[in-house]
Design a binder for this molecule. Structure first.
Ligand SMILES: CC(C)(COP(=O)(O)OP(=O)(O)OC[C@H]1O[C@@H](n2cnc3c(N)ncnc32)[C@H](O)[C@@H]1OP(=O)(O)O)[C@@H](O)C(=O)NCCC(=O)NCCS
Length: 155
């Protein structure tokens, strides 16, 4: 079952997003902070975002036990300035605990988040994914296409 996150989900969301960046680091992403105070601060950021209508946090529960198995997060971005106005849903996180992967839980989370974005009037949905992350296949399944290339080099 997919549902909107509540205040008492914040610790679980923080835990899942910490695991998410650890998984991302294992496939070529940036190393993860080991400083506990950074994660406390991050929990605070989530808490503040949950009271802001621009953000949406969704949880996936197992139907029978109500055990939390995954989550996703999105933010509405207003393109403006030198660009023509456009409302974009930016997907900032998707995570499913390893034991529950490949059972369409992330798919259900993404569909519910994109439905929310459509309801909010977004015309486009975007996200970032590392080139070696197998999550790319999930996004390709949902017709996400490469749009911008981020280039890096050592200094
Ligand atoms: C990426 C992630 C969210 C996918 O969750 P999931 O619940 O297993 O995804 P789904 O079951 O909905 O997958 C749907 C389809 O996406 C594709 N897919 C998902 N994970 C895949 C993988 N590891 N390798 C290849 N294809 C994959 C498949 O086509 C899959 O369909 P199939 O199982 O019938 O082949 C999960 O693996 C995860 O939490 N990874 C670590 C965190 C992370 O990297 N998040 C993304 C950050 S950009």
């Amino acid at each position: 079952m997919i549902r909107e996150a509540q205040h008492d989900d914040i610790a679980m969301i923080t835990c899942m997003l910490r695991r998410m960046v650890e998984d991302m680091a294992a496939v070529g992403g940036h190393a993860v902070s080991q400083d506990e105070s950074d994660w406390k601060e991050f929990a605070n950021v989530i808490k503040n975002q949950m009271t802001d209508k621009k953000y949406q946090y969704l949880m996936a529960d197992l139907n029978q036990s109500k055990e939390v198995v995954g989550c996703t997060a999105g933010e509405i971005i207003m393109l403006g300035g030198v660009f023509a106005p456009k409302k974009i849903l930016h997907i900032s996180a998707v995570y499913v605990f390893p034991a529950f992967r490949r059972s369409c839980i992330a798919s259900q989370l993404l569909e519910a988040l994109m439905d929310w974005g459509r309801t909010e009037g977004c015309q486009l949905c975007d996200l970032n994914v590392n080139v070696h992350n197998p999550a790319r296949r999930l996004y390709e399944k949902y017709q996400f296409e490469e749009f911008r290339l981020q280039m890096v080099r050592a200094l």
